[in-house]
Write a protein that binds this ligand. Structure first.
Ligand code: NAP
Length: 284
């Protein structure tokens, strides 16, 4: 048992997360003896979060989800540039000196997922991001690094969108808007980074028309896509849901823990298949 790596997810809630299935599939494929479990860490229990990060970090590594990505960043002894810029950590481990190290693989995971939709090109594009939480921050940083031409961050709470743009220091390319402001206008790409679509019966994050939106990326994911991606496709707008981003950020996290995977494409395929299987079983 001592050679068994111990990995896990820290968040609240965690019961519906696909991450344990994804990582278990990857460890099984790689024939690495390891367990990966989800642990609920109550919101605001900073000390419990730190204890878990050290414990899992010492035995393998871990992932962080809502609402702890910001708090996790504050516990790190060594943080990547991406953590520093986003203020969020979704992946951690201990280095050889026993220091708690963290990264944010959502940014690269989002960029990797954009390549799955041929119509989606960020360079020079006009991009509308809906939402201003932690995920929107990662998407906005990815967009600015990919050289978008124009970025509008639209959020129900406009002050949060303003804080996002100023925290990332992307005022040159980005502006903010309220949902009312985006009832007209034309964008190459629209990204849903709100939590709308997670719960049954949620309204659509935004009604789409093909003469205003070139393509749509929903960070929420579901079997056969989401209500919003189906809404887009029914109007002739190419769309992708968040499954590919989820899988890509998970593969990148695995590489932070294990080193570069020689067989990255196969691991990605195994993790994606595990997600699709759990949708089929109705447990995703
Ligand atoms: P968060 O920090 O809690 O932010 C939630 C965002 O949704 C905020 O902008 C919030 O607006 C907005 N929102 C919530 N309820 C709303 C409503 N009824 N109407 C309009 N806007 C509403 O969450 P997060 O970490 O950014 O995550 C956002 C989404 O991205 C979640 O669905 C999460 O599962 C998904 N995600 C997916 C991946 C992936 O790999 N696919 C990775 C990360 C996150 P206010 O600021 O006004 O409250």
């Amino acid at each position: 048992m001592s050679d068994m790596g111990r990995y896990g997810l820290l968040g609240d809630p965690v019961t519906h997360s696909l991450s344990p299935r994804l990582y278990r599939a990857a460890f099984a494929y790689l024939q690495i003896p390891a367990v990966y479990q989800a642990h609920r860490v109550p919101r605001d229990d900073s000390m419990a979060l730190r204890r878990w990060m050290i414990e899992l970090g010492a035995s393998g590594g871990g992932s962080v989800t809502v609402p702890h990505k910001g708090l996790a960043a504050s516990h790190l002894q060594v943080s990547s540039g991406t953590v520093d810029r986003t203020g969020a950590c979704n992946c951690f481990w201990l280095d050889s000196a026993g220091r708690l190290v963290g990264d944010n693989t959502d940014v690269e995971g989002f960029l990797a997922a954009t390549t799955d939709l041929t119509e989606l090109r960020l360079e020079g594009a006009s991009v509308l991001i809906l939402g201003a939480g932690g995920a929107a921050r990662a998407v906005a940083l990815a967009c600015s690094e990919a050289g978008v031409g124009q970025l509008v961050v639209c959020n129900r709470t406009v002050s949060r969108a303003e804080a996002l743009v100023s925290h990332l220091g992307i005022e040159r390319v980005a502006s903010v808007a309220s949902p009312l402001d985006v009832s007209s206008g034309v964008w190459d790409v629209v990204v849903n980074a709100t939590s709308l679509g997670l719960a049954q019966g949620d309204p659509l994050p935004l009604a789409l028309q093909s003469d205003r939106f070139g393509c749509a990326f929903d960070l929420v994911y579901g079997p056969g896509g989401t209500e919003w991606t189906r809404h887009a496709v029914a109007r002739g707008i190419p769309a992708i849901d968040g499954l590919s981003m989820l899988v890509n950020q998970a593969v990148l996290s695995l590489e932070r823990w294990l080193g570069l995977l020689p067989d990255r494409r196969s691991v990605t395929r195994e993790m994606r298949q595990a997600a699709i299987d759990s949708f089929r079983l109705g447990s995703g």
